[in-house]
Design a protein around this ligand. Structure first.
Ligand code: SF4
Ligand code: SF4
Length: 390
């Protein structure tokens, strides 16, 4: 690639990132209201057995509603009973109060209008992408348009939260830190898995995730005009390595949440590029590394770190729609595997035991000279014996 082309890629990336950061700052101001962040629920409480619940609430700065919820009161009269009458140990009282506080804070931290708008927009956008793939209409330009649209709509306009990654990560962290499960989060995760993975391989990651699409767009800025090979030298990391790191990250994240009440990913959460006001030095450095790496490795965050990416990879084994090969017409030229931005198409083609993440990006569909690749429902066939020898 000539120096001029490198300069053009770098300039486009810088302009995009400036638009993302400045636009996100402006949109966060416009949205105002609650910002999603995990509540810290641990409190040292004043507990004296003779206190009424009303006095206990006042001594600890707890609203009557919180006290009522913590101890399951059905009327205001219940506030007059003493702590002693509940027959609970101080540890149990503290636990109940903390869980209630965590629930209340979690509920109050949500911008429900924004969440509803995002889920509605995701449904429309993903269905449009789904039919584009099904009808074989994807092209490099259209894909870039979709990716850009997702970055602006789901990231700049609708913000860093909710995100597919956050839904998995926050469920683990909240359970580890506060011992609670927030039901709306589980509903969100279920909807994301159905719409974004069960319907078709990683549809949400590919076309709707605000950080996934940003990495993807940068990667494709460094590809040739046909979006087939890297105009910038690219590395396809073996899946066993990337997935090994991803599994380790999930184990460490879970251990830190349950063992030390820590949110390790929260400290460097790359989705916060869409909420730059809360970024820390560590967060900025990590995001910068990921975005630079995106020119050389396809979706580094998704492959090496993302908990939703890992869950999605497990669920995509039973996805309804997926990339399939028609071996009757396939001439085993390998063009699709070469054009695929990761190692997955090679594994699909030969029907390897382990199939890495397929992001339903459509590149292979466009590349196949005999149109033997389909985005279709049903199981993948096995290649005829000896088809890919050598
Ligand atoms: S794997 Fe990538 S695209 Fe999917 S949720 Fe995670 S960051 Fe987003
Ligand atoms: S196999 Fe590769 S090129 Fe084809 S849709 Fe999946 S990720 Fe894209």
């Amino acid at each position: 690639m000539g120096k001029g082309r490198y300069g053009k890629v770098a300039l486009s990336a810088v302009v995009l990132l400036i638009v993302v950061v400045v636009g996100s700052l402006m949109m966060m101001k416009l949205w105002g209201g609650p910002t999603e962040k995990l509540p810290s629920a641990v409190q040292r409480l004043v507990i004296e057995e003779q206190m009424t619940l009303a006095e206990f609430g006042r001594a600890n700065g707890l609203a009557d509603a919180v006290v009522g919820k913590a101890f399951g009161l059905t009327s205001a009269a219940g506030l007059q009973q003493t702590l002693q009458s509940l027959r609970l140990s101080p540890a149990e009282i503290t636990d109940r109060v903390n869980k209630t506080l965590a629930h209340v804070a979690e509920e109050g931290s949500k911008n429900w209008v924004k969440i509803a708008a995002k889920f509605g927009a995701w449904a429309i956008f993903l269905l449009a992408a789904f039919f584009m793939l099904k009808k074989r209409k994807s092209t490099p330009a259209l894909r870039k348009g979709f990716l850009l649209g997702a970055i602006v709509l789901f990231g700049v306009i609708l913000g860093s939260d909710p995100s597919p990654m956050g839904t998995v990560k926050d469920t683990i962290v909240l359970l580890g830190k506060s011992g609670i499960i927030f039901p709306p989060r589980l509903v969100a995760l279920t909807v994301m898995l159905i719409l974004g993975t069960l319907l078709a391989n990683k549809l949400l990651c590919s076309w709707g995730c605000q950080f996934g699409t940003l990495q993807d767009f940068l990667f494709r800025l460094g590809r040739d005009a046909e979006d087939r090979t890297g105009a910038i030298a690219q590395t396809k990391v073996p899946f066993v390595i990337s997935n090994g790191v991803r599994v380790s990250v999930l184990v460490i994240l879970t251990a830190a949440a349950f063992g030390w009440a820590l949110d390790l990913v929260g400290m460097v959460d790359p989705f916060k590029i869409y909420n730059p006001a809360v970024l820390t030095g560590a967060g900025i450095s990590f995001i910068a590394l990921l975005l630079i790496a995106s020119f050389f490795v396809y979706r580094p965050w998704c492959h090496f770190f993302c908990p939703f990416g890992l869950v999605g990879w497990l669920v995509e084994k039973i996805s309804l729609y997926k990339i399939k090969v028609d071996y009757q017409t396939c001439i085993a030229c390998g063009a699709c595997a070469e054009a695929c931005p990761s190692t997955v198409m090679g594994a699909i083609l030969k029907r390897d035991k382990t199939i890495p993440d397929c992001f339903s990006c459509g590149t292979c569909l466009e590349t196949c000279p005999t149109k033997s690749i389909h985005f279709a429902a049903g199981k993948r066939e096995r290649p005829p014996e000896g088809k890919f020898k050598g």
